[in-house]
Design a protein. Structure first.
Lengths: 313, 518
């Protein structure tokens, strides 16, 4: 069991521990985790794709040695998939069993009123926790020692689902009509929500969260990230490729390469035993960092100058 | 409640960062957790709690730097009162110079006294007048001031011994360091509610009020009486105090300026916004376009927010097995109450046709702006622009940012002579087949056709196919149908025709649209 309070004692310590788990981050990001832990507030993370939004939640879970419960959002996601569902099969099966034993149960009952009363003694057995299939959100609330709940790409879900989240995010509880309110046990989960900004998240949701925007990192930080993720890479190549990527981001592209692409590229170059960038190499491995043919074609003419610039400086 | 934080939040709100009371409480607990000690940490933390969009973050950054820079600057640069500095250097000053000064003292003194004598002689009439007036006080303060000025400038008393100042403010000025004085200014500022400053013309008033609150009158009196005194140390003090007072005024002016920047800018903005709403769109100045754009965007977003809630449950689509089973349990598993999965959004298609010809040039810009915002928030908008030939600009909008898109659209289609007939025919050719019962067609234009063929038959065709045809005309209703306007011929084939020359009118149209459904 990790000593969570001591890890989260200060921003610096958090940053250090995150780095120990190979997540290199800025002070702002570490501050977000710090505040999330101490204020018990969910964090809404926004930023361009591939800057490590999801990774932050995963690493936090690793660092605190807490289970990570992940809910991937998509259009049409509803409470049956996110929160809870009844085990219909089991319910049906039990009904059949009950049918056979109904006679026993009702034996000796006089009149309709008494029969009903006896049946009532079964209570709402079909709608008890036994028959409840917990989905990620409910699971997260029921975790004994707390957990990290990752609600991924919340912008892909519908407005209704956002409203569903509100109760969980502010009070760490959900209301299930048949059972009542389920509250988080002992420690409420650490909640991370990520969004790619495909649509505006509602104000009500934002108000309940800390809002962290992760931009592309600066050169020094990105070099450290590559270093942490692909430690085998030669320093010279690493510097060159990070500079190259940074220049590439300045261009007008359909999809700019993100950190994950930088790392992929570093791995690719490592595999090819490259020790420095040259135009030919870049041309051949272009498809690792650029994901649209249009972009690749646009960059082709600039390739030599970009490579030279990255190699020289 | 933390006064500093609430003031900061007030300033943030002025910078258009929306902060709810709940967030204020969050900020408060964040500050309690981390304290004010580490500036960067404070900025990071508040930056997580308060601003919730990228725009707001940018606003937050500038606001934070401005708000907390004041303190940082004063403690860094520490502009101590000038004469205090002089005194300090004199105190610290090398002994040799002091001794030299002492050696020269006799002659110097004699000289200054001689000078004093002549000057006193020269200005004796003036000072006599001043004294006379001061006894019969308040008649002409200007003259007094002039006289005093003359006296002050004429005298250049060398630094030396001074009596202790009397009034509280002068004592503060001579004794305290700049930090304490800043604190005093702050306190006085709070006392006179400088946070309520709204217009730049109020700066002077607030500067004066703060001066008053700090005991300026007493200081002034003291300077008066001291400078009238015969004793040189007294006059020396008067001069010193005058310098300190001027320095103080400067500080207060800075302080008020700063407060104005933080607190007042927004009311001006609000005023501008409300004016803009009712201004004819064609006459909005270039420099207000940004603001107008924000307004338009906000409106479009409102439209979509309200709209996206309208959903219909269709009795078609996939069977929702779990729910059906659950609902039918009570019927002994005899399944007859069916439940369906598909909750379908009734997404309307909007076709917007915008006249960008010369006659509506100013207006076109704004209409395109509205179209652009609409396209950003509604998924299925197709936009068209024309002067005579009509072309689709949906892609152009999708690919460029708002300013370039509008400029491109105007360059490509704009400022020709209007031909509605041709445009409608083009539209028919382009996409009549795409019109169906779910389509709303919005036409933005003045219907001034240069006496050409109006082609109402095409509009009728559109009218028959589409769910709604809506005409938004920038001209006042009174001049529709005058001159070459074809409005009267077009109106029969529109479900609705509205005057739409100001933002307020546009808002009304949008509102009505929402109520009856797009």
């Amino acid at each position: 069991m990790a000593d969570i309070p001591s890890i989260a004692a200060s921003v610096a310590s958090l940053k250090q521990h995150l780095e120990a788990h190979r997540y290199i981050c800025s002070d702002q990001i570490a501050t977000a985790v710090y505040l999330a832990y101490h204020l018990r507030k969910p964090v809404l993370i926004e930023g361009p794709p591939g800057v490590g939004k999801t990774e932050l939640a995963k690493t936090t879970a690793q660092m605190f040695e807490l289970p990570l419960i992940r809910l991937q959002c998509y259009e049409g996601l509803d409470e049956a998939k996110a929160l809870y569902e009844w085990k219909y099969g089991k319910q049906l099966l039990y009904t059949q069993v009950l049918k056979q034993t109904l006679d026993e149960v009702l034996q000796g009952a006089k009149g309709f009123a008494e029969s009903v009363k006896r049946l009532h003694e079964f209570g709402d057995i079909f709608f008890s926790e036994e028959f409840l299939e917990a989905r990620p959100l409910l699971k997260a609330l029921r975790e004994e020692h707390g957990c990290v709940l990752l609600i991924d790409e919340v912008d892909k879900s519908d407005h209704e689902f956002e409203s569903l989240l509100l109760e969980i995010l502010s009070d760490y509880q959900v209301s299930i009509p048949e059972i009542g309110t389920v509250k988080a046990r002992h420690t409420p989960p650490l909640v991370f929500l990520t969004s790619n900004n495909t649509r505006e998240i509602s104000d009500a949701l934002k108000r309940r969260c800390l809002h962290l925007y992760i931009p592309f990192p600066d050169i020094a930080l990105e070099q450290r990230i590559v270093n942490a993720r692909v430690p085998e890479i030669a320093p010279r190549l690493r510097d060159q490729l990070v500079r190259f990527i940074h220049d590439l981001r300045e261009l007008d592209l359909k999809k700019v390469p993100s950190i994950s692409e930088t790392i992929d590229w570093a791995r690719t170059l490592l595999l090819l035993h490259a020790d420095r960038l040259d135009p030919e190499l870049v041309r051949n491995t272009m498809n690792v960092i650029l994901k649209f043919q249009e972009d690749i074609e646009n960059v082709q003419p600039e390739l030599r100058t970009l490579t030279d610039k990255a190699v020289r400086s | 409640m933390d006064q500093l934080l609430t003031n900061f939040i007030r300033a943030l709100r002025n910078a258009d960062v929306r902060i709810s009371p709940a967030e204020t409480l969050d900020a408060l607990s964040a500050v309690q957790l981390i304290g004010y000690g580490d500036r960067q940490l404070l900025k990071d933390s508040l930056g997580l709690v308060l601003p919730k969009t990228l725009d707001e973050k940018a606003a937050f950054d500038t606001c934070f730097d401005q708000f907390f820079s004041y303190r940082a600057r004063t403690s860094l640069r520490s502009p101590t009162p000038p004469s205090a500095q002089d005194a300090a250097t004199a105190d610290r000053g090398d002994n040799t110079r002091d001794r030299a000064a002492e050696a020269n003292d006799g002659t110097e003194n004699r000289e200054t006294e001689a000078g004093d004598g002549t000057q006193a002689g020269n200005s004796s009439a003036g000072s006599g007048e001043a004294r006379g007036e001061r006894s019969g006080r308040g008649q002409s303060s200007e003259a007094t001031a002039a006289a005093r000025e003359a006296r002050e400038s004429s005298e250049d008393v060398s630094p030396g011994e001074m009596p202790a100042p009397q009034s509280p403010l002068s004592r503060l000025l001579t004794r305290a360091n700049s930090m304490e004085i800043n604190i005093a200014i702050n306190a006085a500022g709070q006392q006179v509610n400088v946070y309520q400053i709204e217009l730049f013309t109020q700066k002077g008033v607030y500067t004066r009020r703060i001066l008053e609150a700090m005991g300026h009158t007493a200081l002034q009196e003291e300077i008066f009486s001291l400078s009238d005194s015969a004793a040189i140390p007294d006059r020396r003090l008067a001069q010193d105090l005058t310098r300190r007072r001027d320095w103080l005024r400067e500080r207060i002016r800075e302080y008020v300026e700063h407060q104005f920047l933080l607190h007042a800018d927004v009311s001006g903005r609000r005023l501008r916004e409300s004016l803009l709403r009712d201004l004819r769109l064609s006459s909005v100045e270039q420099r207000h376009h940004r603001l107008l754009r924000d307004l338009v965007q906000r409106m479009a977003r409102k439209l979509v927010a309200a709209y996206s809630r309208r959903r219909k449950v269709f009795r078609r689509g996939h069977l929702h097995v779990p729910r059906t089973l659950r609902r039918n349990m009570k019927y002994d598993d005899a399944i007859f109450d069916l439940h369906w999965k598909s909750v379908k959004t009734d997404q309307p298609k909007v076709f917007a046709i915008c006249d960008v010809s010369g006659s509506v040039a100013n207006y076109a810009r704004f209409m395109l702006m509205f179209l652009y915002s609409l396209e950003e928030v509604l998924p299925k908008v197709r936009s068209f622009a024309f002067s005579s030939d009509l072309g689709e600009i949906t892609d152009l909008f999708a690919r460029n940012d708002i300013d370039t898109a509008i400029a491109l659209a105007l360059r490509q289609y704009g400022s020709g002579s209007t031909d509605y007939g041709q445009a409608l025919a083009d539209f028919r050719k382009l996409c009549l087949d795409d019109l169906d019962r779910r389509t709303t067609v919005i036409i933005l234009g003045d219907a001034r056709n240069n006496y050409g063929d109006a082609r109402t038959d095409v509009l009728k065709e559109i009218y028959d196919r589409a769910r709604r045809v809506l005409w938004l005309n920038p001209e006042p209703r009174a001049i529709w149908d005058t001159g070459d306007s074809e409005m009267r011929h077009y109106i029969p084939y529109c479900h609705q025709a509205e005057e739409c020359g100001t933002l307020a009118q546009l808002a009304r149209v949008v509102d009505r649209l929402l109520r009856i459904g797009l």
